[in-house]
Design a binder for this molecule. Structure first.
Ligand SMILES: Nc1nc2c(ncn2[C@@H]2O[C@H](COP(=O)(O)OP(=O)(O)O)[C@@H](O)[C@H]2O)c(=O)[nH]1
Ligand SMILES: [Mg+2]
Length: 192
């Protein structure tokens, strides 16, 4: 059986969701901002200690604004890990990430949430102790820079560990999984 796990990347506009995914999948960085419409979908595999491979389906979701448009829950469905990204130079994006965490908890009953502060190559303007807030919210916390790559491998190593643990406890088949190409790593877009 093909075991698949869905990971969603969510957060306010322009925080670097697409840039983080591009850094992870292609190890590249594009300084221009292209609006993500709906969601982009990527498929990759991780190897278990047994040698067996499991699928990781990564969904780079369009920005969620404060009201969370009605379509977002469609993309969130069946996610087992959610990366909630904010921009360390934009307090508003951090506030939105906290609202989004609450929203995800209402939508999904079994999701591991990771709060991700991106753009650490720039000067931080958020003075709040984010780590403490993350602890209080019961979410994991990472910081990274999609631009320099710093912290991105660590973030996805952690995601893989979470998925492996989950697989060990209760193997899951992601019915949203669509194989679009033969490659190990495939890319497609879902335009609405
Ligand atoms: N300095 C810096 N800029 C970044 C970083 N990540 C993304 N950006 C820039 O921020 C803008 C928005 O990035 P994008 O990934 O499209 O944001 P999204 O709307 O969250 O998908 C783009 O101009 C990126 O080049 C980062 O780590 N550092
Ligand atoms: Mg985007």
């Amino acid at each position: 059986m093909n075991h698949s796990y869905k990971v969603i990347v969510v957060g306010a506009i322009s925080v670097g969701k697409t840039a983080i995914v591009n850094r992870y999948i292609y190890n590249t960085f594009n300084p221009l901002h292209h609006l993500t419409i709906g969601a982009s979908y990527y498929s990759s595999k991780i190897k278990l200690d047994t040698g067996k491979e499991i699928n990781v389906n990564l969904w780079d979701c369009a920005a969620a604004d404060g009201r969370f448009n009605n379509l977002m829950p469609i993309f969130f469905k069946n996610a087992c890990v959610a990366l909630v990204v904010y921009d360390v130079t934009h307090v508003d994006s951090f506030d939105q990430s906290l609202k989004l965490i609450e929203f995800l908890r209402q939508q999904l009953d079994d999701v591991d949430i990771v709060l991700v502060g991106n753009k650490i190559d720039l000067d931080k303007t958020i003075t709040t102790n984010v780590e403490t807030i993350a602890n209080q919210c019961g979410v994991s916390f990472f910081e990274c820079s999609a631009k320099t790559g710093r912290g991105v491998a660590e973030l996805f190593d952690f995601v893989h560990q979470q998925i492996k643990q989950r697989h060990h406890q209760k193997p899951h088949v992601d019915h949203d999984h669509v194989v679009l190409q033969q490659d190990d790593r495939t890319l497609s877009c879902c335009h609405l």
